[in-house]
Design a protein around this ligand. Structure first.
Ligand code: SF4
Ligand code: FES
Length: 234
């Protein structure tokens, strides 16, 4: 079937303003949107800029806006859309454009680094690994599925309004360590969360949960951080 693609284009080195470019490709209903982008770049315009790597929903690099909805181009099929012949592809909102569908992820990863995304332990190092209790693993399992695609943060209205807000992805990563009972930095992690730039910035609007391609209950996890802060103060 013939599919019509309208794709956001912007090369800051050459263009005065963004514009949209039209492409037509032959695609099967089971083709991924990423397959279509690959076809366009291979056969029609090698200058089309977008990120992708694994093509299987693992690396988190190809989140874009497809017909107004954030999604991974490698997870969405042509047949997933009602208007399966017409697609508008745009970059993630919130972030600056580097080129076409490629956005500047540096601010996103700076916030990720700010929450110390690694296990911190004052306990003596064991001879082998630090074993985790299976029941505790179940608590943090949803957060472990995060592939740092930035879909949640890009759509979060609080992130758009407050540039200092850590954003749902970074807060979720903090949740992952706050609730990991091998981590001994819980107090300082909760203190970092205890502000409007931290978890209290979350107004439970659920947009992050709605767009997460890994089905992570992000808002619920942030609610658990709020409860932990309150319990820690009792
Ligand atoms: Fe992407 Fe979901 Fe992780 Fe947010 S929580 S970065 S939407 S995988
Ligand atoms: Fe890796 Fe889509 S290309 S998640």
């Amino acid at each position: 079937m013939k599919c019509h693609f309208t794709i956001f284009r912007f090369n800051p080195d050459k263009d005065k303003a963004p514009h949209y470019q039209e492409f037509t490709v032959n695609a099967e209903p089971t083709d991924k949107i990423l397959d279509c982008l690959n076809t366009i770049r291979a056969e029609q315009d090698p200058t089309l800029g977008y990120r992708a790597s694994c093509a299987h929903g693992i690396c988190g690099s190809d989140a874009v806006v497809i017909n107004g909805h954030v999604g991974l181009a490698c997870q969405k099929l042509v047949r997933d859309f009602k208007s399966a012949n017409n697609f508008v592809i745009e970059p993630l909102p919130l972030f600056n454009i580097i080129k076409d569908l490629i956005v500047d992820m540096d601010p996103f990863f700076e916030k990720h680094r700010a929450v110390h995304p690694y296990l911190i332990s004052d306990d003596d190092a064991p001879e082998t690994e630090r074993l985790q209790d299976p029941e505790n693993q179940k608590v943090i399992e949803p957060a472990l599925r995060c592939i740092l695609c930035a879909s949640c943060t890009s759509m979060c209205p609080i992130s758009r309004a407050n540039p200092d807000y850590l954003g749902p992805a970074a807060l979720l990563r903090s949740f992952r360590y706050i609730y990991d009972d091998r981590d001994t930095a819980t107090g300082s992690r909760l203190a970092q969360m205890d502000s409007e730039d931290g978890v209290w910035g979350c107004k439970t609007m659920w947009w992050c949960t709605d767009v997460c391609p890994k089905g992570i209950p992000v808002t619920k996890c942030l609610g658990q951080i709020k409860r932990a802060i309150k319990q820690n103060k009792k």
